[in-house]
Design a protein around this ligand. Structure first.
Ligand code: SUG
Length: 451
């Protein structure tokens, strides 16, 4: 392949905007941060601004940055489906008194973690040279099960041109096909424009299979990963399916991106990431057309507790034009001595492409178990595909300015779980989102806009 063909391809990280109802309700089972911070007062404005600042600093450093809108919350339609009747205000009031846990679920701002929005296959790897998308069904929790329909509409609105983009249906939302999207999918390749091998990591096998976690649920099934690969037309030679270590899930690693991150030929992973570590690496080596660069962090350097609390592996690993890579880590990594030591002494000083570290404060998201890598959906795009995007979704200084002003105009700086019953919050949220779709020029994507 010629250099020209490679250089017109880049990875765009589409970060999810933190929504106006961002709160701590402890909804996510198996997610230690979410479970331990339930009941705290959140600051949606700070969360959204932290996210925007991460996007802006990566854009300023020369990385292509996109943005995806949050979802309509509270999801009053979901409450109506569950039998709550009356006006908006009555539905909210009834849910607040009769089933506060349901109200909390329909207010979650969890769509900010766009690594779970879906799975993407770049056109370079697709049989029809189009970019393929499957929204994740997120069926393992009620608050996230509410996301895929709007996610599908948003992805179709932005990646609209059928010449370049192909959209697949959400997998059946049953435990057999439990799918959490790109958080369990890593594309390994040379440069981004070269052919890739797709590493799908699953927590359990639904039809058959032996090892399963004992304490926390496995959120991704082998059957879901296989179905996505099938939808996208990926062949056996392009795919590796590896089981996540069940003990890691039980220690709070609810997605593979909490314990491993890959970019280009580099796979940075913790010793406890895969059930069959050697078999996984061997298969990747056999299928990749470029040498794999595995960087293994042993358990005696970083304990599972440190890995989960610091989110060292939930970093973004980004390619630089000179062939080096930059690791974008959450500031919690600085707070754990063993993690910081490993980062400086082992990862940065080691014989590997990682040449520098950017530390980002995304604490509002981290308290719900979402680090820098959770907040972004990676989409590898050619120049032509970038030019075919609909809307104003690639970050520029002007868009950053507009979005920060929008957040400052509409967001609260304090939200306790009890505030979710406030009908005023619902109104504020819809007003903000309506304005956002105009600002991003993506048309009508929310249920309240489609009625
Ligand atoms: O699904 N937290 C999310 C965090 C997702 C992180 N994503 C990746 N690892 N890619 C989850 O567990 C907490 C929401 C709440 O409690 O309101 C939550 O859903």
């Amino acid at each position: 392949m010629s250099t020209a063909a490679i250089s017109n391809v880049r990875e765009v990280n589409f970060d999810g905007l933190v929504g106006p109802t961002h709160n701590y309700s402890g909804l996510a089972v198996g997610n230690v941060a979410s479970m331990s911070h339930g009941g705290l007062v959140s600051n949606p404005k700070e969360g959204a601004l932290q996210g925007l600042l991460k996007m802006k600093s990566l854009m300023d450093a020369g990385y292509a940055q996109g943005v995806l809108p949050p979802q309509q919350r509270p999801d009053i339609g979901a409450l109506r489906d569950l039998g709550f009747k009356g006006s908006h205000r009555e539905v909210l009031a009834r849910a607040a008194t009769e089933a506060p846990h349901l109200l909390r679920a329909v207010c979650s701002a969890s769509s900010m973690w766009t690594a779970n929005a879906g799975t993407i296959t770049p056109s370079r790897d697709a049989w029809d040279s189009r970019v393929h998308f499957t929204p994740a069904n997120l069926q393992s929790s009620f608050h996230r099960y509410l996301e895929p329909q709007t996610t599908g509409r948003v992805l179709r609105a932005i990646f609209h041109d059928e010449q370049y983009f192909a959209h697949h249906p959400v997998l059946p939302a049953t435990p057999d096909f439990s799918d959490e999207g790109a958080a369990n999918h890593t594309r390994l390749c040379g440069e981004h424009g070269e052919p890739g091998v797709h590493l799908f990591v699953y927590g359990r096998q639904s039809f058959g299979g032996e090892r399963q976690p004992a304490r926390f649920p496995a959120r991704q099934t082998l059957e879901a990963s296989q179905a996505v690969a099938r939808q996208h037309g990926l062949t056996e030679a392009q795919t590796v399916f590896a089981q996540q270590h069940p003990d890691a899930i039980d220690a709070g690693v609810f997605h593979n991106d909490v314990i491993a991150v890959g970019n280009g030929p580099v796979l940075l992973y913790h010793e406890m990431a895969f059930l069959d570590e050697e078999g996984t690496l061997d298969e990747l080596r056999a299928k990749m057309s470029t040498p794999l660069i595995p960087i293994r962090v042993p358990l005696d350097a970083v304990s599972m507790e440190d890995a989960v609390a610091s989110y060292l592996f939930n970093s973004q690993l980004l390619s630089n034009p000179d062939g080096t890579m930059t690791l974008v880590v959450p500031s919690e990594c600085q707070e754990r001595e063993a993690v910081w030591r490993t980062l400086q002494g082992y990862l940065l000083a080691g014989n590997n492409p990682i040449s520098d570290v950017i530390v980002k404060d995304v604490k509002q998201s981290m308290r719900n178990g979402g680090g820098p890598a959770c907040l972004r959906l990676r989409v590898v795009l050619t120049d032509a595909e970038c030019a075919a995007l609909t809307g104003r979704v690639l970050l520029t200084d002007a868009l950053y300015g507009d979005l920060t002003a929008w957040v400052n105009r509409h967001y609260r700086d304090r939200l306790a779980p009890d505030d979710l019953a406030d009908p005023q919050l619902a109104e504020e949220s819809l007003t903000a989102l309506d304005e956002l779709t105009q600002l991003l020029q993506i048309g009508s994507v929310y249920p309240f806009q489609l009625r």
